[in-house]
Unconditional design. Structure first.
Length: 89
């Protein structure tokens, strides 16, 4: 099962900069158990619209079955880890 964490962000978004180190730490600790897809909403408005992203940062955890969890705003590591585990990472 493929687990993906989609990180919707923008360069001008202050809270996104707060989220980044949390995601980087998770990526290092979890190694290859999930993929991170960074999506700049200014450059990928069609993808943001497809996922109905209205606020930043938005994190979406999905697996082969679809969306498992959606987080809006800066999200703590524990919450993200729980969603990744629920998705099968």
């Amino acid at each position: 099962m493929t687990v993906t964490l989609k990180d919707f962000h923008a360069d001008w978004c202050g809270p996104c900069k707060t989220q980044d180190p949390i995601l980087e730490e998770l990526e290092e600790d979890w190694e290859d158990r999930f993929e991170v897809e960074k999506i700049n909403v200014d450059e990928n408005q069609d993808v943001a619209n497809e996922y109905q992203v209205r606020s930043l940062p938005t994190l979406i955890v999905e697996n082969d079955d679809g969306i498992v969890e959606r987080f809006v705003g800066v999200t703590q590591r524990d919450d993200i880890e729980t969603a990744l585990e629920n998705a099968g990472a």
